[in-house]
Design a protein around this ligand. Sequence first.
Ligand code: PLP
Length: 393
Amino acid sequence: MLHVVPAFSRIGEENAFAVLARAQALVAQGRDVINLGIGQPDMPTPAHVVEAGIKALRDGHHGYTPAVGILPLREAVARDIHRRHGVEVSPDSVMIVPGGKVTMFMAILMFGEPGAEILYPDPGFPIYRSMIEFTGATPVPVPIREENGFAFSAAETLALITPKTRLLIVNSPANPTGGVTPKAEIDALVKGLADHPDVAVLSDEIYGTMTYDGERHHSLLKYPEIRDRLVYLDGASKTYAMTGWRLGWSVWPKPLYDAARKLAVNAHSCVNAATQWAGIAALDGPQDCVAEMVAAFDRRRAIVVDGLNALPGVSCIAPKGAFYAFPNISRTGWKAKPLAATLLEEAGVAVIGGPDFGVHGEGYIRLSYANSAENIRRALARMETFLGARQPG
Ligand code: PLP
């Protein structure tokens, strides 16, 4: 009998990957499935970025790099942060990691242990809670509410802090809701955090380039008063359509940087070298590819929101960021997970049930509109037929 440590009975996963596998299995059986489940841009990585990766391999970048990433890429990240947020960070505080997830993995490992409490958004990216539970820390959900436009509430967040709180995780623009937290609310959060100097903050800003309706993303990096306890998470997966390349980056306070570097040495050594060179091309190259992608998402967002609001029993507020819609389906009579499962099996539309993102996700489903306008229209038509004909099972 093998004795795997109990922590592994607590680790969770992302149901979006299970839905993707089921959707692919149905396609293999000859079914026509429209996948609005998975959260990745449907556009290819920009050609100049692909070329930079290929060139790096041809130029002989085959070996290990420093565990924290090559200096030219860390400098490019620092320039990107300055361009987008107007904030100076030292390349020596930037760490290159294999995807956005790795930063949250490291930060949660650093602060999670039995007896500690970690606050995280609910509904929110499922890996936050999974990793908190893995460490044995107590997960404390911060409710993310539709009536706040799916922004987090500073007051509600601060009220949940106790002497046991070690880490607060915030995410704006947010998965799965598309919520963007306004500057005033972030100001209020940072102000309140002055009373809790021992609480570290992980700010997941991986959708920071994707906002709509004139909404501006406001980075937590802009607050010097919390820089000594802020871990900033970003990466290329969403902004540059590079989910499979595995390229993320983080900014760490000085005392945590070396711990993160050691974790990298122990876990993955470094991000593959060609990907890092491609990352420089992405960050330093023309940014119109990003603007074009965001404009395409914006057009599809309108189709999704209008279409959802026309469905019986469904209402959807316009998401201000990322590429997800999070419609309220409670008046359809369906619970969210059975609705998602039945939509996939019977209507050939893959979406994710809100409870896969936390208990506060009941009554909602997540649709990714990183799919063609035509597919989104077809999916909405199928959902309309389904909801008109099929009673809750
Ligand atoms: N953070 C959020 C909020 C996400 O939605 C995702 C991916 O869906 C990630 C982080 C992880 O991104 P990556 O694929 O770069 O690990």
